[in-house]
Design a protein around this ligand. Sequence first.
Ligand SMILES: NC(=O)C1=CN([C@@H]2O[C@H](COP(=O)(O)OP(=O)(O)OC[C@H]3O[C@@H](n4cnc5c(N)ncnc54)[C@H](OP(=O)(O)O)[C@@H]3O)[C@@H](O)[C@H]2O)C=CC1
Ligand SMILES: CC(=O)N[C@@H](CCC(=O)OP(=O)(O)O)C(=O)O
Length: 346
Amino acid sequence: MIKVGIIGSTGYAGGELVRILTGHKNAEIKWYGSRSHLDKKYADVYRNMFQIVDAACMDDDIETLAEQVDVIFTATPQGLCSSLVNEEILSKVKIIDLSADFRLKDVSVYEKWYKITHKSPQFLPEAVYGLCEINREKIKNARLVANPGCYTTCSILSAYPLVKEGLIDTDTLIIDAKSGTSGAGRGAKIDNLFCEVNENMKAYAVGNHRHTPEIEEQLGYAAGEEIVLNFTPHLVPMNRGILVTEYAKLKKEVTYEEVKKVYDKYYGEEKFVRVLEKNVYPETKWVEGSNYTDISFQIDERTNRIIVMGALDNLVKGAAGQAVQNMNLMFGLDEKEGLELIPMFP
Ligand SMILES: NC(=O)C1=CN([C@@H]2O[C@H](COP(=O)(O)OP(=O)(O)OC[C@H]3O[C@@H](n4cnc5c(N)ncnc54)[C@H](OP(=O)(O)O)[C@@H]3O)[C@@H](O)[C@H]2O)C=CC1
Ligand SMILES: CC(=O)N[C@@H](CCC(=O)OP(=O)(O)O)C(=O)O
């Protein structure tokens, strides 16, 4: 059994880790980390866990935690994980960080977009970007995994085959994205109150959302050159779900069937990426509660653009599900273990 500790287990991403890991055959949660609910039963924080989780929330220093578990998930605000890791910790325990602390290789880019001084930039070179479908082999040997962002996972997986195969002019790439409110976490914020979100839709962080450099960096590796793109997120009145719509000019004339072959080349064997049939477009409801990313595309011959759509559950493939997929790879388990969650509907 793999012994697991979760720092930030009472947040939305941490709560989803608990839900998924509770059903995992080879993992056992030993440590439900929280500062604000210390000693309270976990099931008193999340009553859906009544008679399922009996443990209480715990808070301790990471050195003590590292002695007790094989892997630590940090589902905590930006800046926390990088303030905790050091060589001694990493020699004892694997870390999967759900925040952005180790996603960007260039510390100056992180500090500019997140407005935080990075506390352990010495680990940036070794941290592996945990997008399983693309970095599988590197993840298997990693001590420190940077779990990708929710918008980012959806945006990158949707565009990756086109960028990798040089089918689009990346200078023209525009990503329009929508997220459910759980993407903003469980903390109380006026912007996320029912009356602010219900029956409403709004763009935010236009031109400066912190996921922009993450998408640019990862797609840049696929393209083999720097990419600069537009990314515009919107908040929509749903609990969960990300939907992205991406637009780019095609570099040459291609048919639907030729592009489909390219998507099948990258994702045909992938359990958690479903390339939909022609004229079927992803919907957040078709992936809710599951680790799937659904992708579809349409060629607009009139404008010579391709329009790609992707959908995932921000708390599963966009956070906790992908983190467990990373854990499975790091410990040599079946990558699907704990993750064969059937999407719920309605
Ligand atoms: N929500 C989402 O869809 C996604 C979130 N993420 C990332 O996951 C991380 C968590 O996000 P989310 O769950 O939404 O956020 P929440 O605000 O819901 O939860 C944050 C958690 O962190 C704990 N925490 C806060 N400060 C500290 C601290 N100083 N030390 C230890 N624990 C702390 C909180 O509990 P307590 O105060 O009790 O300690 C809480 O459990 C973030 O980095 C976020 O960017 C990534 C992808 C998607
Ligand atoms: C709706 C909403 O507010 N979403 C969050 C993104 C989700 C998140 O938590 O950020 P990471 O994926 O980088 O960890 C935001 O826009 O900041």
